[in-house]
Ligand binder design. Structure first.
Ligand code: NAD
Length: 479
């Protein structure tokens, strides 16, 4: 049976590597019916703000399957990333990036590792919620949900179980981000208990990435937040030989999207020197996903044999040898269809496993009692006299909502600031709390009105809550 697939040829090197990949898939007998759509730069140029044409949405709705070459996201400006929009709109919560080494045929400092990065795909700083707050400061929101964390962590363990992998490593930075990364870590430890046969370890992300770059062979499945996952998967594929080698699947409840790990590489676009392997590997993952494992195996074996034959694009070519073009590489893979690798492990038709999908409606989210106990009011004030702003703001405290302290850029500056804290910025956080009881919205409004009456430009408020009595907001440094 032929499977309809929505295909986007992408930007930069996208069309070159997609054409090469489709040529190989066709020659191997993949039974797919492509529906070509426009995403990215061409759509932006047509005035489509989100970079996704109506035809593309319609096609994805029909096929539930997107095979996508990389897309350029213009830096800065008002354009949102098409990749992020697709992942979020289609509910593609899990980004699965398998990477293994191809030594001795592809140079790597670490000859024998085989790792899968399972990256959370919808939340974190990638939610792209950002504000310019004052002339001097901007603010990017790191948004995490317990449901989202549980979905990705459970998926990582289910993946490990389905593929017989032995260990899941969680990368977090909860020594600093105690509430957000702390939540992810807490959920990881909880879910791990449901998979006693799989070793679970947690590592702080900075040393974790350093170890992955240094001794990747000690890692198996890595699960992490969106931004860390993006960085670590590029590190892993580069350490394996080239960022141009790895493919990935983006998995949702109803839709799946397959793409290379790398971007649109504008620096080499149009030169026909890009390595199509990352997209080809994504295509192999897709063929397995749609039940064409036999074709996937044929392509993977031909690809491995081509790598063994020393037919390499410039990114992985051995010094002193002549690299081939994108097209020549594709032709060599086609010529190898039916051949198997001679020393690298050959692909197996049983390589695909169905991973049990976590149910978002059945998470361990608990009903905790929530109480408003204070408010942080952020103000834009260009002065430098800490005592002056401190005394002024302190004077507007009302009964049941008293100034607890002021901080700037997360550093406590009033009252009794140690080390003579210097304020370099124009953004000040004034924390009002009621230590003995709850606070009402009316009290918050009164404080804001008093600030306004004193001509302070309040730019944002953040409510402070306890959940079952736990204070769920961060303290300032030095408080
Ligand atoms: P990039 O991955 O495009 O390129 C990084 C480096 O790797 C470049 O030197 C490039 O030449 C090289 N490279 C990448 N793919 C290669 C391949 N197949 N063969 C040989 N060399 C390859 O990263 P970037 O330069 O940071 O990003 C370029 C654009 O891609 C940006 O607009 C970015 O937003 C976008 N991007 C898109 C995706 C996606 O569509 N999923 C992912 C990452 C980046």
């Amino acid at each position: 049976m032929t499977t309809p697939v929505t295909i986007a040829r992408g930007d930069g090197i996208g069309p070159e590597i997609m054409d090469a990949t489709l040529k190989i898939m066709e020659a191997a007998g993949a039974k797919i019916a492509p529906e070509f759509v426009v995403l990215g730069e061409k759509a932006f140029n047509q005035g489509i703000d989100n970079g996704i044409t109506d035809e593309a949405w319609d096609s994805i709705k029909r096929t539930s399957l997107l095979f996508k070459a990389p897309i350029t996201t213009p830096q800065g400006g008002g354009y949102k990333s098409v990749n992020v929009t697709l992942r979020k709109s289609l509910g593609l919560f899990a980004n699965v990036r398998p990477v293994r080494t191809l030594a001795p045929y592809v140079h790597t400092k670490h000859e024998n590792f085989n790792m899968v990065v399972v990256r959370e795909n919808e939340e974190d700083l990638y939610a792209g919620i950002e504000y310019r707050q004052t002339r001097d400061t901007c603010h990017s929101v790191k948004l995490l949900s317990r449901t989202g964390s549980e979905m990705i962590i459970r998926y990582a363990f289910e993946y490990a179980r389905a593929y017989g992998r032995k260990k899941v490593t969680c990368l977090i930075k909860d020594n600093i981000m105690k509430i957000s990364d702390g939540l992810f870590h807490k959920v990881f430890k909880l879910i791990a208990t449901e998979y006693p046969e799989i070793e679970a370890e947690s590592i702080i992300v900075d040393i974790g990435m350093a170890r992955i770059a240094d001794t990747p062979e000690r890692f198996d499945v890595v699960v992490t937040l969106n931004l860390y996952g993006d960085i670590v998967s590029d590190i892993v594929s580069q350490v394996a030989g080239s960022v141009g080698l790895a493919g990935s699947s983006n998995i949702g409840q109803n839709v799946a999207m397959f793409e290379a790990v790398h971007g649109s590489a504008p620096d080499i676009s149009g030169q026909s020197i890009a390595n199509p392997s990352g997209l080809l590997n994504a295509g192999i993952l897709m063929l397995r996903h749609i039940g064409q494992g036999d074709v996937a195996v044929k392509i993977e074996n031909a690809w491995l044999r081509t790598i063994e034959d020393g037919v390499h694009t410039a990114d992985i070519a051995v010094k002193g040898t002549n690299p081939v073009s994108t097209q020549e590489f594709a032709d060599a893979v086609i010529a190898n269809l039916g051949n198997k690798p001679q020393t690298l492990a050959e692909a197996s038709e049983n390589a695909h496993r169905t991973v049990k999908m976590p149910d978002p409606t059945k998470t361990t989210k608990s009903e905790r009692s929530k109480k408003l106990v204070g408010v942080d009011v952020f103000i834009d004030w260009a002065g430098k006299d800490i005592e002056k702003i401190g005394k002024n703001v302190e004077s507007i405290s009302i009964e049941g909502l008293v100034l607890k302290g002021i901080s700037s850029r997360g550093m406590h500056v009033y009252p009794n600031a140690e080390h003579n804290a210097k304020v370099l910025s124009d953004q000040w956080r004034c924390r009002f709390t009621n230590d003995n009881g709850s606070v009402t919205n009316e009290q918050v409004r009164q404080v804001l009105a008093k600030l306004e009456a004193m001509d302070y430009d309040w730019i944002k408020t953040e409510n402070l809550y306890t959940f079952d009595g736990d204070h769920c907001y961060s303290q300032s440094q030095g408080e």
